[in-house]
Design a protein around this ligand. Structure first.
Ligand code: NAI
Length: 313
């Protein structure tokens, strides 16, 4: 059973409804997984066009259904996803047992959203961030004790559809029963392997991950290797997914790299060896300026975009 025990505010039947805020690379994929598990999801994003207030979340949903080589979720599962926007639908989070925040990696925006959520959420329901790098302590700064008790980090990996790993980070104030209920849901309903990480910069995987990403960039530049050659060396032999390191950056989104760097350097102690290797490359800056942000854009290191892995010449 998904029962959370008597001391958490999650319904005795477990997690019956989930809200995902941010329908980007991660949020949309996470929502699809929850729906595939048969659990209703509310998927919210910003309003870009007032005439079509739900268009951002709707477009994300449509993309998942059209994904190649196989749809991210069944049509039946898609019916469990309700799309909406944060301007008119935020009060609906009161019906949700777990709210997953997956908006851009910016502390100011996350703080602003949490402040709004605090006013409408049901106390005792779980709220988690999918942050890659921001420490939990900073995320709950300025929030009430009740909010901090219900808060944790659930760090899914990209793509959520295939990556089994999830890092779960609890803070000193987090309610253990609630953390347990979320971890149990991730394990049993979503089929994830839950790794408990401490609230340290980059948690476990990203701290190690930035190391080999930086090595790949350095090696490619210093040795004059092509992206393919560097991926062949640093990719599979080091246990990196079949995308290789550069392919992985394209998948993750090149635009995430400066945020990752900023969060890591802001939080790592001055003498931490990881500080020196946190990604910072003029190359990355130039690529972002040129719109080469990876598969979700017009390609990145590889000329591959999300439209079904078609190569663009
Ligand atoms: P993304 O840029 O693909 O998507 C972010 C979405 O959030 C966009 O659709 C945007 O419109 C929306 N958004 C921005 N501000 C919002 C607000 N105030 N309210 C509602 N929606 C808002 O970002 P991505 O890559 O999905 O990252 C989301 C989070 O997940 C970040 O915290 C990131 O660090 C983390 N993450 C990213 C991974 C990756 O590989 N891309 C892997 C694991 C974690």
């Amino acid at each position: 059973s998904l029962s959370a025990g008597p001391s958490s505010g999650i319904r005795p039947s477990g997690i019956g409804k989930v809200c995902v805020i941010g329908a980007g690379t991660m949020g949309a994929g996470i929502a699809a997984q929850v729906a595939n598990a048969g659990v209703p999801v509310l998927l919210l994003d910003v309003v870009r066009d007032p005439a079509k207030p739900n268009a951002v979340a709707q477009a994300a949903l449509d993309r998942l259904l059209k994904a190649e080589p196989a749809a991210f979720m069944s049509k039946r599962a898609a019916r469990l996803v309700e799309v909406g926007n944060i301007e008119s639908d935020l009060t609906k989070v009161a019906d949700c047992d777990w709210v997953i925040e997956a908006i851009v990696e910016r502390l100011d925006l996350k703080h602003a959203l949490y402040e709004k959520l605090e006013a409408v959420r049901r106390p005792g329901s779980a709220i988690s961030s999918n942050t890659s790098t921001i420490p939990l302590g900073q995320l709950v700064e300025g929030r009430s004790e009740a909010f901090a008790r219900d808060f944790l980090i659930t760090h899914f990996f990209n793509p959520p559809r295939y990556m089994r790993l999830i890092e779960v980070v609890a803070g000193p104030q987090s309610n253990p029963a609630l953390v347990e209920a979320v971890a149990d849901f991730a394990d049993r309903a979503l089929g994830k392997t839950v790794v408990r990480a401490k609230d340290t910069p980059g948690f476990l995987a990203n701290r190690v991950g930035t190391f080999w990403i930086q090595q790949a960039i350095n090696a490619a530049i210093d040795l004059g290797l092509s992206v393919e050659e560097a991926d062949a060396v640093v990719g599979k032999p080091m246990g990196v997914p079949k995308t290789g390191v550069f392919g992985l950056m394209d998948l993750v989104g090149i635009d995430l790299m400066p945020h990752l760097k900023a969060s890591l350097t802001a939080t790592l102690p001055a003498d931490d060896p990881y500080r020196a290797i946190a990604i910072e490359q003029p190359l990355i800056t130039r690529m972002i300026a040129d719109g080469l942000i990876g598969r979700k854009g017009k390609g990145g290191f590889y000329r591959l975009n999300r439209e079904a892995g078609k190569r663009k010449e």
